[in-house]
Ligand binder design. Structure first.
Ligand SMILES: NC(=O)c1ccc[n+]([C@@H]2O[C@H](COP(=O)([O-])OP(=O)(O)OC[C@H]3O[C@@H](n4cnc5c(N)ncnc54)[C@H](O)[C@@H]3O)[C@@H](O)[C@H]2O)c1
Length: 203
């Protein structure tokens, strides 16, 4: 087991975690490119430019750096699986999330582009598009709206339009990711898989 901490917005940090991994394990079979932030919620005209850059740096540049260094290793080996974390906000407009939406739509674009390039080298690259999954990120987001006292009520109202009327669970995202990182999913490439209880298909 190896733990390397990194700020994914820093290319040198990303190169370092890939180098350290290869030093210890010789190669990389699977890569979950998952780090991300939501950023502050605001109308586009009020969305701070610094905030926009920060969200893009982490959510989009970080994913690009990760693929850039990991793909080199996987190409040498002639196999590998990558899962990038996009979001429903990467396939639909959600509102009040300029930076997040731009970054996650970017992750979807990067996924499609690189998957087309690297399929010939035995590498699959897919993205997942989670809806609202109950993690610290969503708790923080609900607190931006409802405050410390009201966020749970806001959460209940938030999941009301979901066909399954609940938040997703982190482990449900884990099972999907583990499958996409396995050889059983070997012919799934360039897919963007929603995991949102069906909400993104609802009119
Ligand atoms: N929770 C949801 O509803 C939801 C929905 C759609 C997509 N996502 C995406 O799923 C991923 C995980 O989110 P989560 O809900 O578990 O959020 P979270 O805030 O609980 O976890 C995010 C993780 O990313 C790490 N991180 C943040 N900035 C980083 C940086 N600069 N360098 C390295 N690591 C950094 C944090 O340390 C944390 O471990 C994110 O990409 C997020 O956008 C989450």
């Amino acid at each position: 087991m190896l733990l390397v901490t990194a700020n994914v917005a820093n290319e040198d940090d990303v190169k370092n975690y890939v180098d350290k991994t290869v030093e210890i394990f010789a190669t990389i079979d699977g890569f979950f490119n998952n780090a991300g932030i939501e950023g502050k919620q605001n109308l586009t005209e009020d969305f701070g430019s610094d905030e926009f850059r920060k969200v893009l740096d982490i959510n989009l540049n970080g994913v690009f750096y990760g693929m850039k260094y990991v793909l080199k290793v996987m190409k040498e080996k002639g196999s590998g699986h990558i899962v990038n974390t996009a979001s429903v906000g990467g396939i639909r407009g959600v509102g009040n999330q300029s930076g997040y939406a731009a970054s996650k739509h970017g992750v979807v674009g990067l996924t499609h582009n690189s998957a087309i390039e690297y399929g010939q080298f035995g590498i699959t690259i897919n993205a997942i598009a989670p809806g609202a999954i109950m993690t610290p990120m969503v708790e923080g987001s609900l607190k931006q709206i409802g405050g410390e006292d009201g966020w749970e009520e806001v959460g209940k109202a938030f999941v009301e339009p979901n066909p399954m009327k609940r938040f997703g669970k982190p482990e449900e995202v884990g099972y999907l990711t583990a499958f996409l990182l396995s050889d059983q999913a070997g012919f799934i490439n360039a897919a963007v898989v929603p995991i949102d209880g069906g909400q993104s298909y609802k009119y």
